[in-house]
Write a protein that binds this ligand. Structure first.
Ligand code: MG
Length: 376
């Protein structure tokens, strides 16, 4: 029986993780649930899954009596290092996820990681920790999960990673149309069902840049050997080219429960009849297009910044987090997400060999910088 702590249990990936757990009660047990502010849903989850411990950030003093009489309230730190937890599922949104990812690895836990910001901002730090820890990172996000599946048993004879991108909500728009798109339009992802922050990041392709950064750190592949192609059907989740020119692709209907299940049950593959199967004839055409840089300026900007290292990626991620929040609350336009991040980062004063505090303070600095630029 594998004991899970699910951080961000009321968000999109958290809810889908619990739906996988429902199918595998004989193998997976929920030990801990953590949520930010969806108290009602957390309460329902506690009643159904009866975790030993829980954490709710918006309830001061861990006022657990309101939520549960059977489960014990605890801090996030206590949860990720709890002896009954074998695997931490990190499905929180944003840079705040880094602290628990690091603590989980230091505690020797495996981390099923959906919180890609942890790796974007702390890639170097996390890679160093993994060298001396018993814990591993099992990527939940569909693209790194696909790469991981393709690389399994291949002894790292990789020559190139090809990461696929749906192109997001505005793939067929002209650049000039992007100044007056609404949050509602941007939240309509063409193929995936995901939370709001990642859906906006998909529309700007910031999400894809984050996945390149994530793949660079998780799989140790040089920047120049990672390629991104637009693949509107989202059936091929990514590909790996090997030194002999052979390419493996991982294919399946776009449903997050599939990569979540792979991570939770790794190394086992077990039938789950609640998931749709890939139907080649029914799917018809699988197509690929070059990425239109003009339409997605965030993509280039993000990679340029990430390659600078130090606290630069943390500043990038923090700036993006705030810019997306401001767009969703209609304080800036969609095309201003790029310009405000670009402007904010111009005054970043980087730390080149940062620890976790430097990283989180660079992220917070960038959030405040973007916020104050929006108020001008
Ligand atoms: Mg993805």
């Amino acid at each position: 029986m594998r004991g899970l702590a699910i951080l961000g249990s009321t968000g999109s990936v958290g809810v889908q993780t619990l739906s996988v757990v429902r199918e595998f009660h004989d193998r997976l047990k929920v030990v801990g649930l953590a949520a930010k502010r969806s108290v009602g849903l957390l309460k329902e989850q506690i009643i159904e899954f009866r975790p030993k411990i829980f954490h709710c950030e918006s309830l001061p003093n861990y006022d657990g009596s309101k939520l549960s009489s059977s489960s014990i309230p605890c801090s996030m730190d206590e949860m990720v290092s709890h002896p009954d937890v074998d695997m931490v599922v990190s499905a929180v949104v944003g840079d705040v996820g880094l602290r628990s990812t690091i603590l989980a690895i230091q505690s020797g836990k495996n981390v099923a990681l959906a919180n890609k910001e942890s790796i974007v901002i702390g890639g170097q730090l996390v890679s160093e920790l993994l060298k001396t820890s018993d814990g591993e990172i099992l990527p939940v996000d569909s693209e790194p999960n696909a790469i991981w599946q393709c690389m399994r048993g291949e002894d790292k004879k990789v020559s190139k990673l090809i990461i696929t991108a749906s192109g997001g909500a505005f793939r067929n728009y002209k650049k000039s149309d992007l100044s007056d798109v609404t949050p509602e339009e941007a939240l309509k992802h063409p193929t995936w069902n995901m939370g709001p922050k990642i859906t906006i990041d998909s529309a700007t392709l910031m999400n894809k840049a984050f996945e390149v950064i994530e793949a660079h750190w998780l799989f140790g592949v040089p920047w120049e050997n990672i390629e991104v192609v637009i693949h509107p059907q989202s059936m091929i989740h990514s590909m790996v080219e090997f030194v002999d020119g052979s390419v493996k692709a991982q294919i399946g209907p776009p449903d997050m429960r599939a990569p979540i299940q792979y991570s939770l049950l790794y190394p086992d593959r077990i039938a789950n009849n609640s998931l749709d199967r890939f139907d080649p004839v029914g799917t018809g055409c699988l197509s690929f297009e070059e990425l239109n840089q003009d339409l997605y300026p965030c993509f280039d900007l993000a990679l340029k910044i990430a390659k600078l290292g130090g606290t630069w990626p943390a500043a990038l991620s923090g700036a993006d987090e705030m810019a997306v929040e401001l767009f969703l609350s209609r304080r800036i336009r969609f095309d201003e997400i790029y310009s405000i991040i670009d402007e904010a980062l111009k005054s970043h004063d980087p730390v080149l060999d940062p620890d976790i505090e430097d990283i989180l303070s660079a992220s917070n600095w960038a959030k405040n910088q973007v916020k104050s630029l929006a108020e001008v």
